[in-house]
Every structure is written in structure tokens, then in C-alpha cells.
Write a protein that binds this ligand. Structure first.
Ligand SMILES: [Zn+2]
Length: 309
């Protein structure tokens, strides 16, 4: 992937120092059944959330699937911590890459929004290591990247970059950059859904649905649309910056397959439970990313109208 020419975003918040240990701890490195929380604690948190009427989908994750696709254990958003953090484009390799991809999604989506007479307001992105900082008040740190609609931030645990290459084995070598960019673009896709009013509508529909199975079905459409939006970014970025190199798309598709719910559930439990899918199967994720990549326009990504996903 070619990204040297990308403008670096100023919307990166570097919280890696205050997280305690670079790439250490966190519990994300191994496929643990409970993801760091006992099953009892998860049941309790789930029930608390249910009783308080908190929407479990308030936090849309690109990788909560890594702990088995459970979507219920959230707490209420809490106060932002007052730790000092660096703002602006980081200078190290990982930070520079993230700032470049985020900057490129900003430039790309600004153009797309302008085409329909709208203004794109970019999300902020917080890099952290180890324990999760503030935001959506997630109950555990054992997660990959996710988007928090309430504070309009993308959160990325630095261990994610290692996971993409080593644990999920979705890519190898330089092609990993595009696979990583695709996952970032997926999270930005959730922000676009938020700006377009799709997320609030989907969440209302999930509340109205009442049961978890129906809510999960809606969630799958949300996730596949974010994949499709990621494909739109890749399409437009390649048109203008010639950013895609041979092998890149294959690496992204491999990654999409590697982080499909069916694959991850097989890894973690040995069986597949379709009703609990929240991100879609590997084939579905590949299909919708490809659709966005080919078509390059939002109207091609209506996963909510599609009769077959
Ligand atoms: Zn997602």
C-alpha cells in the first residue's frame, strides 16, 4: 500500500504512555474464553445494562468479535479521564501510519459528503496501550479497535497491529498495511453511519426489536455496511492517490475473512452459533467490502434493503 502522500490527521490522540506498558498486558494476545471477565460478571453487567435500559449496541466494535461476539456487557458512559495525552500526528511509525490513514479517510469522505451538499465532520482517534481509557466505559480492555458513537471517537489498542499479523494471520508483509487500513476504514465507516443518522435509527430498531436475536440481525447489517463504507474509502483513495498495490486487496479480503464471526467463533468455541453473529460471516464481510470497493458510492451499500446479505 502506498500512503506516503497522505495528509496526516490532527485528530489523533496519543494515549499510549498513560496506558501502562507498550503492547503488554491487556489480555488481548490470546483467545481467552472470558476475555478477562468472569462469566458471572458478564451476566451481571448484562442484566444491569438491561435493567437500566442501556443500549448494548451503544458501542460498536470492530473486534469485540475477538472475544466471541458478545455484545451485552457494557456500562454507562462515564467521565473522561483527565490524563495528559499528546494530540496531533504522532511521529513514530505506527502513529504516523494511523494519522496518515485517518487523514486520508477525512479527505476522501469530505469529498463524498460535499458531493451531496453535506459537510463531513471527522471523528477523533485515540491510540492506547493496555487498559482502555474513558469514552464508552467498556467493561474490559480485551478488545480491538472500536467506535464509540457517544463521544465520536475511534479507539485503537496498539496490540491490534500485532494481532492482525500474528494472531488472525490475515496478511503478511507489506500487504498488512492495507489490511490494517481497511479495519480503520471500517471504524470510520461507523462514524459515517453516525453522521448519516443510520446508527441512531439502527439502535432504535434494535430497542424496538426487543430480543437479542433480532437485535443481532440488525447489528450484522450495521457491520456489513461499515465494511462496504471501508470499500468506498479504498475505491476513492485509489482513484486519487493510487494507493492500492498488487496483493493489497487480497490481504484485506483475507483479513475480512479472518475476523468474520463464523471463523472467530469456531476458533474460540469450536462451534458456530449464527444467531449470535454480530459482524457477519467471512463471506458476507468479503462481499460487502468488495461491493464498496467496486462501486465507490454510498448508495451501493444499503445493507438494510438487501434481501440477501
Ligand atoms: Zn464494526
Amino acid at each position: 500500500m502506498r500512503w506516503d502522500d497522505f495528509r496526516r490527521s490532527d485528530n489523533v490522540e496519543d494515549d499510549r504512555d498513560s496506558g501502562g506498558g507498550f503492547g503488554g498486558g491487556g489480555g488481548f494476545g490470546l483467545p481467552m474464553g472470558g476475555g478477562g471477565l468472569g462469566i458471572g460478571a458478564m451476566v451481571v453487567l448484562g442484566l444491569v445494562g438491561w435493567a437500566l435500559g442501556i443500549d448494548p449496541s451503544i458501542l460498536i466494535s470492530g473486534a469485540e468479535i475477538a472475544t466471541g461476539g458478545r455484545g451485552g456487557q457494557y456500562q454507562q458512559p462515564y467521565e473522561q479521564p483527565t490524563t495528559r495525552r499528546t494530540t496531533g500526528a504522532p511521529k513514530d511509525q505506527m502513529g504516523d501510519f494511523v494519522a496518515a490513514i485517518l487523514g486520508n479517510t477525512e479527505d476522501t469522505w469530505s469529498v463524498i459528503f460535499k458531493e451531496s451538499g453535506q459537510e463531513y465532520r471527522p471523528p477523533r482517534l485515540r491510540l492506547f496501550a493496555g487498559s482502555l481509557p474513558g469514552g464508552c466505559g467498556l467493561a474490559q480492555a480485551a478488545m480491538g479497535p472500536f467506535y464509540c458513537p457517544t463521544d465520536k471517537r475511534i479507539y485503537i489498542d496498539t496490540s491490534f497491529f500485532n494481532d492482525i499479523r500474528v494472531r488472525f494471520k490475515g496478511c503478511s508483509g507489506k500487504a498488512c498495511e492495507f489490511a490494517e487500513a481497511y479495519v480503520l476504514a471500517h471504524e470510520v465507516g461507523h462514524h459515517v453511519q453516525n453522521l448519516l443518522g443510520i446508527l441512531p435509527k439502527a439502535q432504535a430498531a434494535q430497542r424496538a426489536a426487543g430480543d437479542k436475536v433480532a437485535a443481532n440481525r440488525i447489528q450484522v447489517r450495521v457491520e456489513l455496511q461499515a465494511d462496504c463504507f471501508g470499500g468506498i474509502w479504498a475505491n476513492r483513495s485509489n482513484q486519487k492517490w493510487k494507493s492500492i498495490e498488487p496483493g493489497d486487496v487480497e490481504a484485506a479480503l483475507q483479513t475480512a475473512a479472518a475476523i468474520g464471526d463464523d471463523r472467530l467463533q469456531k476458533q474460540s468455541r469450536g462451534t458456530v452459533v449464527p444467531d449470535s453473529f454480530t459482524h457477519g460471516s467471512s463471506a458476507q464481510r468479503q462481499r460487502w467490502f468488495t461491493t464498496g470497493l467496486k462501486e465507490g458510492k454510498v448508495s451501493a451499500c444499503n445493507t438494510f434493503a438487501a434481501s440477501t446479505l
